[in-house]
Write a protein that binds this ligand. Structure first.
Ligand SMILES: *Cc1c(COP(=O)(O)O)cnc(C)c1O
Length: 435
């Protein structure tokens, strides 16, 4: 099915962006009539069947067969003991963080290069965020930086690690470091459902793990998420907390703070229809990644990397990183960016972003690191060389890996419905930037 007609406001935004940029170097390349999306929902048919079933049987609620089914299916697919269906992945991380024992004032070590939903739940629970730098090999949390963080803050009891763009972090190393320091690992597998690390699915390496069915993820419920764990008591607690923490009494009896986080049986119907297509989506995403990789072999760029001997990502998003020597000047303020090209053969994410968007191809800068976000400027940030910054002073002189990947990287259109012909146009535009 197509998404035509749904995304009108974004379509307009893309066109507006196109009006402002100097796109003369791609004058001969026409814009896509319809946007090519970064990553958009792909429905297959059964989703509607299960939604309709919920409707026709009046199970329009946060209980019902679809929820039971998707919890069972995810356990089977991922290989975890228990799955708790929730309204979104962010809620799953919040429950995970609470299960991990975060209380007001407790410190948590979190991935620095990630979406804010990895770290915000720690703040919701009153915890204090310490950001951990990335490594170049996976773009995820650097185990060496994590060690340094434990050396500096040895009493820290919770670590939240994200698997960026579908590429697993070094999960066994990170787990071992957590174990050595008696810290609880929370794995944010929101972007990596179906990815495999050393033969095991992501979402099983933390004591508590989160997945997401947000609209742009590899499969979707339009929204929704799950907490995954092997601990039956934790699963029961999460289920209770997610439904307002009611005690087992005839009336509403409350002994602890609850939330309204449970998954809807209608949303679960969508997820139930999508789950059988997870592997198909991964194959499509991998083909897109490999096509980009092959097409850019002679350009001064690399793709988002993964050590293939230890992992198989789900290839949710394809990203490129411009070689340092091929970067033109690029400057970013809090809200805008500019670039200056002084010689042939150099480009930067800002140029590629503007030209691709001008042709209706949706791309996006790499997640802006948390330590660079104004809201988190006062939070400590630890790099692999043990450098601890208590406040962020600004772009210049920031030698962290995460800042560098943000500076030189870009997420390319990675929609599984993108045709090879459409991808060829995107490849042409990227190549043109370096001519
Ligand atoms: C999408 C995402 C989440 C949050 O999931 P929602 O279901 O949108 O709440 C958390 N972490 C990361 C890294 C994500 O990409």
């Amino acid at each position: 099915m197509s998404n035509e007609g749904i995304y009108k406001p974004e379509e307009r935004a893309l066109t507006d962006a196109g009006n402002r940029v100097d796109d003369s170097i791609i004058r001969d390349i026409p814009a896509f009539q319809k946007p090519v999306w970064l990553s958009s929902p792909t429905m297959h048919g059964e989703e509607l069947k299960y939604m309709r079933e919920a409707y026709e049987t009046n199970w329009m609620s946060t209980i019902g067969k679809n929820i039971n089914e998707v919890e069972r299916m995810v356990c089977e697919k991922v290989g975890c003991g228990y799955a708790v269906g929730l309204n979104c992945g962010t809620s799953a991380i919040q429950l995970a963080v609470r299960l991990a024992g975060i209380q007001r004032g407790d410190r948590a070590f979190c991935s620095d290069l990630t979406f804010c939903a990895t770290v915000n739940p720690v703040s919701y629970e009153g915890g204090e965020l310490v950001f951990i730098d990335s490594e170049y090999e996976t773009w995820n949390m650097d185990p060496r930086a994590l060690e340094k963080a434990f050396a500096r803050y040895p009493d820290t009891k919770v670590v939240v690690v994200a698997n960026l763009y579908g590429t697993p972090a070094r999960l066994d190393e990170i787990r071992a470091i957590c174990d050595a320091h008696r810290a609880v690992l929370v794995e944010d597998a929101a972007e990596s459902l179906g990815a495999v690390y050393k033969g095991r699915q992501t979402g099983t390496f933390g004591t508590y793990n989160a997945i997401s069915f947000n609209g742009n993820k590899i499969i979707t419920g339009s929204t929704g998420g799950m907490l995954l764990t092997d601990d039956v008591n934790a699963a029961n607690k999460a289920r209770k907390w997610s439904t307002q923490a009611r005690e087992n009494a005839p009336w509403y009896q409350h002994e602890e703070l609850g939330y309204n986080f449970r998954m809807s049986n209608v949303i679960a119907g969508v997820v139930r229809g999508q789950l059988p297509y997870l592997e198909e989506h991964i194959r499509q995403k991998k083909a897109i990644y490999m096509r980009y990789k092959e097409a850019f072999r002679d350009l001064p760029v690399t793709m988002n990397p993964y050590p293939e001997e230890i992992m198989e990502p789900n290839f949710w998003l394809s990203c490129i990183l411009v070689d340092r020597e091929a970067m033109c000047r690029q400057a970013r303020s809090d809200l805008e960016e500019v670039y200056f090209k002084s010689r042939r053969g150099e480009s930067c994410p800002a140029e590629m972003y503007q030209l691709l968007m001008a042709r209706n191809a949706q791309c996006r800068p790499i997640w802006k690191p948390m330590h660079m976000q104004p809201i988190f400027r006062a939070n400590p940030f630890v790099t692999a060389c043990g450098e601890v910054r208590d406040t962020y002073v600004g772009g210049r002189g920031d030698a962290s890996v995460s800042a560098d990947v943000f500076e030189r990287g870009l997420c390319l259109p990675s929609d599984n419905k993108m045709t090879p012909e459409e991808q060829d146009v995107i490849i042409r535009i990227v190549r043109r930037c370096f001519e």
